[in-house]
Design a protein around this ligand. Structure first.
Ligand SMILES: Cc1cc2nc3c(=O)[nH]c(=O)nc-3n(C[C@H](O)[C@H](O)[C@H](O)COP(=O)(O)O)c2cc1C
Length: 359
């Protein structure tokens, strides 16, 4: 099994758990994102995920970092960390996006990846006068889009006639200088998302949820036929790690209470959400802070408990842990100091049964 890698969500729209936190002022600036990712790299984190939202999806009046221009700039200022930029296919033509991806691959020296996400926020599209297709049709579009991007980023000459795109002998250069192409991640939980992940991605991102649910998802998707190497798995999770479990639970309660203040914004977000998006159906069944499942992954506890649970997810097949923290910088540091040295040292059988009890 591949070794564990840790990544950090870039603070593209400020704090992940609660927007109004005396310990973490709202900051979605380039300066904050740059400093965070540089520090993450220095601490030994191996990836960062730059989510894509054109306007802030929670608070219309608040700042939002632009993913692709920021990813290019991050590629230029960092030297080791993998930079993963999310992309909603309906926002860019695949030829233009493939060219942008190849340019960032070049700037980063082979450290760039895309994360295909198929959109839930109707307002982002409809307020711009852009069509927002029905859920499954978004995936039909995304599938055709990704098949073109995949070939173009390999440097192939692409001719394509499909339902959505018509491409006539297009070839992009430079390509393939560092590896066959930039890596492809995919985030989405519905049936068409799983099928697309198996057919066209390298790594499938799972929303934070309990170990048993993650094991079932991995079993489902890894049983599907593949053209490429076996699919790998990433997990989104919000971490609260402390010396003792009681301290971690107290901090969880602090963040849950603060998140209550964001209820009006969450109501707007809910009104803008496509109800067919499976991700939100899964998240509605769980209680957590953070986004994309957040603390529902169970990484709340003592340092030893958090390390044990990470090892249990790793044994289940998760390779990359894409983490959220609040306050981000100090908690990211704490995790590197306390959890990095503990993972990979916990024993299998008794710990996984302890984890099941904790769930
Ligand atoms: C790790 C991860 C990252 C995501 N990043 C974004 C993002 O940057 N922007 C966005 O609009 N949605 C993002 N999403 C949400 C997807 O758009 C969402 O899962 C999508 O609507 C797919 O719907 P489905 O769950 O019904 O397949 C992300 C999802 C995951 C799992």
């Amino acid at each position: 099994m591949s070794k564990i890698r840790f990544g950090v969500w870039a603070p593209v729209h400020g704090p992940r758990a609660a927007a109004q936190d005396p310990l973490e002022p709202y900051d979605a600036s380039w300066a904050h994102n740059r400093a965070t990712v540089l520090e993450a790299e220095a601490l030994g984190y191996e990836a960062t995920l730059v989510a894509q939202h054109t306007a802030n999806p929670h608070f219309a009046e608040r700042d939002q970092l632009e993913a692709w221009t920021a990813a290019a700039a991050l590629a230029a200022v960092t030297s080791r960390i993998e930079i993963i930029a999310a992309i909603k296919p309906a926002l860019y033509h695949p030829v233009v996006l493939a060219k942008m991806a190849l340019q960032i691959e070049e700037i980063s020296g082979g450290r760039f990846a895309i994360n295909l996400v198929n959109a839930w926020n109707r307002a982002e599209f409809e307020r711009a006068g852009l069509p927002f297709l029905d859920h499954d049709e978004r995936y039909a579009y995304g599938r055709e889009w990704l098949s073109i991007v995949e070939r173009l980023t390999r440097g192939e000459t692409v001719g394509h006639r499909g339902a959505y795109f018509s491409i006539d002998g297009y070839k992009l250069s430079p390509a393939g200088r560092f590896r066959p192409r930039p890596r492809i991640y995919l985030g989405g939980e519905s049936e068409p998302a799983r099928a697309l992940a198996a057919d066209h991605s390298d790594v499938w991102f799972i929303n934070g949820q309990a170990l048993g649910a993650v094991e079932a998802l991995i079993a489902d998707v890894s049983a599907r036929p593949r053209r490429f190497e076996p699919l790998r798995f990433g997990l989104a999770a919000f971490v609260i790690a402390r010396e003792t479990e009681a301290e971690a639970q107290a901090e969880h309660r602090r963040l849950i209470a603060l998140a209550e203040q964001d209820k009006p914004a969450k109501a707007i977000q809910k009104a803008n959400t496509d109800p067919k998006v499976v991700m939100f159906q899964t998240m509605a069944k769980q209680s957590f802070v953070g986004t994309n499942g957040g603390t529902a992954a169970g990484l709340v506890g003592s340092y030893d408990q958090v390390a044990e649970r990470i090892d249990a997810f790793h044994r289940a097949g998760v390779e990359l842990f894409m983490l959220q923290f609040q306050p981000l910088r100090s908690e990211m540091r704490r995790f590197a100091e306390q959890i990095f040295p503990r993972v990979g040292k916990t024993a299998a059988a008794p710990l996984s049964s302890r984890y099941s009890e904790a769930r």
